[in-house]
Design a protein around this ligand. Structure first.
Ligand code: NAD
Length: 480
């Protein structure tokens, strides 16, 4: 069985403990590879390597850093098919989605920050004829980058690319549920000739490896994407050490449909924003609010199209929804469907585990599920489910739906469907979330900042924000 290795100081090596964890193929419900059960010793080794590499990497001309990142981007593009297949096997998502979204975006992340490395400029302020103030931005040091399982290579590269571009060296930890593409990525880094120690990838459990990264005194900046509960733990560990933190956390995003929307666009995109990647995208719109005059028509059409979605073998090009990432996660999502029933919800379609035949007979498949009849304040509508489950609720006025939308502890993203431009601006201004899409979903310009409000996170990623995050500003004032 294939053994995934840690990537430390330029080499692929075993964990110090020599112990391994099972890595599952969620579509088959079977172990198909092993990943290192790393611990603090491996994190220490990786951090020492990153510290040793820091002086030369941070002082390398930015063109050189850029060319390494671009080379890695080119290798990802070269290996698109193999990486997409690996991502699909490891995560459960349709291979078609990995090919069209995850892997191209991973390459785009590397390319974007290859370019950012050479275009970044810090500020200068001229105080009339009295002084010139300018800002020097130095890479902070060794960065810890911790990523989740839902968009494995996509989010892994979204963190390490700006860190490397800024001149930091990195100790990175992918999710233990989806380690494979980060491992393949480490091989690409070796092929690209990335200097040893610049990037180190440690596989293993969050409670051991992630915790050791949070606690390590020589890792002075941490970029984390994952659940809100984990984010709180990391903040509790790292904040007293005054580490710089970026926390991209959970969401419970509203999808608001006004009666004057472009109906076809609103329905078809809402199907996508509800069930893409099995609903395992932090930006999925899991609470759909529909203006009452359109409610029945929307629900009928939405349910009809949900029923037509194909839950199936992720390797099949026809499949719309693959497997959930793990049995534990499948059970968690099923428990929320039970909760919704207890809270008085009516399941219009879905609600059950799907039993496929053949190689996928033991896979973790779930029907896309649509629930109505719940109020906005019940637990089903307040807690993140992170699966192919949505609720639909009617509303009568703008003020009412804004209250509903803002009623959770989260504030990650929101979607608004209306053809009324003034309303689009008005409602956007009042929704508390880091990103708002009007008449679209998931569209991203990588130059814009990204991040959550309230319990959806602290800090912003993307564009120059991420380069600023991984650098420390020093201001020099020269009196004229
Ligand atoms: P998770 O919090 O369980 O794990 C995320 C990462 O943190 C994993 O690598 C894990 O091993 C590690 N980890 C676990 N315990 C740790 C600890 N004590 N210290 C340090 N690291 C630890 O999240 P998940 O289940 O992998 O991902 C799903 C969550 O991620 C959802 O809540 C989703 O909304 C969120 N998410 C947010 C964004 C965003 O941009 N805001 C994007 C994707 C996913």
């Amino acid at each position: 069985m294939e053994k995934i290795m840690n990537y430390i100081d330029g080499g692929l090596i075993e964990p110090s403990s020599k112990k391994y964890l099972d890595n599952y193929n969620p579509a088959e419900g079977k172990v198909y590879s092993l990943l290192p059960d790393s611990d603090i010793e491996d994190v220490n080794l990786a951090t020492i390597a990153a510290q040793q590499a820091f002086a030369s990497w941070s002082s390398l001309p930015s063109e050189k850093r850029s060319s390494y990142l671009q080379k890695i981007a080119d290798l990802i593009v070269r290996d698109l098919d193999a990486l997409a297949l690996a991502e699909s096997i490891d995560q459960g998502k349709p291979v078609k989605l990995a090919k069209n979204m995850d892997i191209p975006r991973a390459a785009a992340n590397m390319s974007f920050y290859a370019s950012a490395a050479i275009h970044f400029a810090s500020e200068a302020h001229i105080t009339d004829t009295q002084a010139i103030n300018y800002t020097i931005r130095n890479p902070i040091g060794v960065a810890g980058c911790i990523s989740p399982w839902n968009l494995p290579l996509y989010l892994f590269t979204w963190k390490i690319a700006p860190a490397l571009a800024a001149g930091c060296t990195v100790v990175a930890k992918p999710s233990e549920l989806t380690p494979m593409t980060a491992y393949l990525f480490s091989k690409l880094c070796i092929e690209a000739g990335l200097p040893k120690g610049v990037l180190n990838i440690i596989h293993g459990l969050g409670s051991k490896v992630g915790q050791a990264i949070s606690e390590h005194t020589s890792i002075t900046v941490i970029s984390f994407t994952g659940g809100t509960v984990t984010g709180k733990k990391i903040a509790a560990t790292a904040a007293p050490m005054f580490k710089k933190l970026s926390l991209e956390l959970g969401g419970k995003n509203p999808n608001i449909i006004f009666a004057d929307c472009d109906f076809e666009q609103a329905v078809s995109t809402s199907i996508n924003s509800s069930f893409a990647n099995q609903g395992e995208i932090c930006l999925c719109g899991s609470r759909i609010f529909v203006e009452r005059s359109l409610y029945e028509k929307f629900v009928d059409e939405f349910v009809k199209r949900t029923k037509a979605l194909i839950v199936g073998d992720p390797s099949d090009e026809q499949t719309n929804l693959g497997a959930l990432v793990s049995e534990a996660h499948l059970n968690k999502v099923l428990s929320y469907i039970e909760l919704a029933k207890q809270e008085g919800g009516e399941i219009l379609t879905g609600g059950h585990r799907v039993k496929l035949t053949g190689r996928c007979a033991d896979g973790y498949f779930l029907e896309p599920t649509v629930i109505v009849g719940l109020g906005h304040q019940c637990r089903t509508n307040q807690e993140e489910i992170f699966g192919p489950v949505v609720t639909i609720m009617p509303f009568d006025s703008e003020d009412e739906v804004i209250t509903y939308a803002n009623s959770t502890a989260y504030g990650l993203s929101a979607t608004i469907w209306t053809e009324n431009l003034k309303r689009a601006h008005r409602v956007s201004a009042q929704i508390k979330s880091g990103i708002i899409w009007v008449n679209c979903w998931l569209f991203r310009d990588l130059r814009t900042s990204f991040g959550g409000m309230k319990q959806s996170g602290v800090g912003r990623e993307g564009g120059w924000e991420a380069i600023r995050f991984f650098t420390e500003a020093k201001n020099v004032c020269i009196r004229l």
